[in-house]
Design a protein around this ligand. Structure first.
Ligand SMILES: *Cc1c(COP(=O)(O)O)cnc(C)c1O
Length: 425
């Protein structure tokens, strides 16, 4: 079925007389008729819910929907996008191992990998999109466990070159994990381009209404864990689970089965049923929304590109003259590039702040990718402590504005931007 249909129907099929809408199963526990039936669950021999830290029927329905949208063999929802990134890595890397990451990841993910995981003994080696193949490959060694990148990077908006980096990583025997948050499975399905695991911050477009923090890990089921020979946690007995061997018991779903049976059990980064219900509501309209976000953003990006007296540069992969445009056409559905645009005000930090303070419709928030147009200026908020010179060293222009184009009428959005720009002249 088409993705627009899966958005509405995948994951939940009510029986005769059951609620048409996915119910919120607000229960931590599940009843069984005999100890034997429960024991079979504990041995992972039969399917079913035993305790909501590990699984819950509302959450399971949404997991199935996202797995269907991405074309994966299974998915696990987490309490946040950060928890999804964390578990996706810890599932196949431990102390003494290393991972290779793209240098343009979301700031929260970069902190997780470069600071917190470092303290856990996992080293992150930083790659960049423009480095030659040989330099990229030299980052890998026998202890490298995975390569991690974003489809559309937040906030640089670089579009990941799947056809180049996926075969390189596979040639080193290592799977590719893709954060597909900005693209969503509507604009890009990373598994179709060879990626092995997909993660999401569902907090952004999937939810779409800014109501619930959440994350998702999706298993593509294609990576050959046995053939690679460097993932004993999947191919050798798990002592914490009666010596189960995940690749033997779960085949293509080994990775996601282990993430739940072992890491969700132990770490407890569990989503609430209510959060899953709200995410499901968002997913039902995702196809419609992300296309409209992309259409609105393209018009807004074109408008901003014309304001050359005040704006020095506009980045949006959907723009024909963007260096990302070729990859956007290749990997994103029809070149549709989501609602996020970044641009730089010629007048620096002060101009960016005056512009943002003059907006009437768009709000200043620490968020992106929901239905309300919003803006953020890193220099005056998230990177406020840095001088202009230090900001430039980090690759951030002091006048840089990240604009998340919402679902309001694009005429109203542009007239708001026009009004605010006029105050800067
Ligand atoms: C927001 C975000 C995250 C983190 O997700 P949370 O749900 O806030 O924990 C990860 N990756 C990207 C690309 C994001 O934009």
């Amino acid at each position: 079925m088409d993705r627009s249909t899966l958005c509405i129907h995948a994951g939940y099929k009510p029986g005769n007389g059951e609620p048409r809408v996915l119910p919120i199963y607000q229960s931590t526990t599940y009843r069984y008729g005999s100890s034997e039936e429960l024991a079979a669950l504990f041995d992972l021999q039969s399917d079913g819910h035993m305790y909501s830290r590990i699984s819950n029927p509302t959450v399971a329905a949404v997991e199935e929907k996202v797995a269907a949208l991405e074309g994966g063999v299974g998915a696990m929802m987490t309490s946040s996008g950060q928890a999804a990134s964390l578990i996706s890595v810890l599932n196949i890397a431990s102390c003494g191992d290393n991972i290779v990451i793209m240098g343009n990841l979301y700031g929260g993910t970069t902190n997780l990998f470069l600071v917190t995981m470092k303290r856990m003994g996992i080293e992150a080696r930083v790659a960049s999109p423009d480095m030659p193949d040989s330099a990229f490959l030299s980052l890998f060694d026998s202890r490298t466990r995975l390569f991690f990148a974003e489809t559309i990077a937040n906030p640089s908006l670089a579009v990941f070159d799947f056809d180049r980096f996926v075969p390189l990583s596979h040639s080193m025997g290592v799977p590719v994990i893709i954060d597909n948050t900005f693209a969503t499975p509507i604009l890009c399905r990373p598994f179709e381009h060879g990626a092995d695991i997909v993660i999401h911050s569902t907090t952004k477009y999937m939810d779409g209404h800014a109501v619930a923090v959440g994350g998702m890990i999706v298993d593509g089921g294609t990576f050959d864990w046995e053939g690679s020979g460097r993932y004993p946690e999947l191919t050798e007995p798990d002592e914490s689970y009666h010596g189960i061997i995940y690749t033997e018991s779960f085949g293509r779903s080994a990775y996601i089965a282990k993430a739940r049976a072992q890491l969700m059990r132990d770490l407890g980064a569990t989503p609430q049923a209510m959060a899953a219900f709200l995410l499901n509501l968002g997913l039902e309209t995702l196809d419609l929304r992300i296309r409209r976000h992309s259409e609105n953003a393209l018009e807004v990006a074109r408008f901003l590109s014309g304001e050359k007296d005040l704006i020095s540069s506009v980045s949006y992969p959907g723009l024909e003259d963007s260096p990302e445009h070729g990859r956007a056409l290749k990997y994103l559905d029809g070149g549709a590039a989501s609602g996020v645009i970044s641009f730089s005000m010629k007048g620096g930090r002060e101009a960016a702040m005056r512009f943002m303070d003059s907006l009437q419709l768009a709000s200043i928030v620490v968020h992106v990718a929901d239905l309300r147009t919003c803006v953020l200026n890193p220099a005056s908020t998230t990177h406020r402590q840095l001088s202009d010179e230090m900001l430039r060293k980090c690759g951030i222009d002091p006048g840089f504005v990240r604009l998340s184009v919402g679902l309001e009428s694009v005429r109203d959005i542009i007239s708001d931007l026009k009004g605010a720009l006029a105050k800067c002249r």
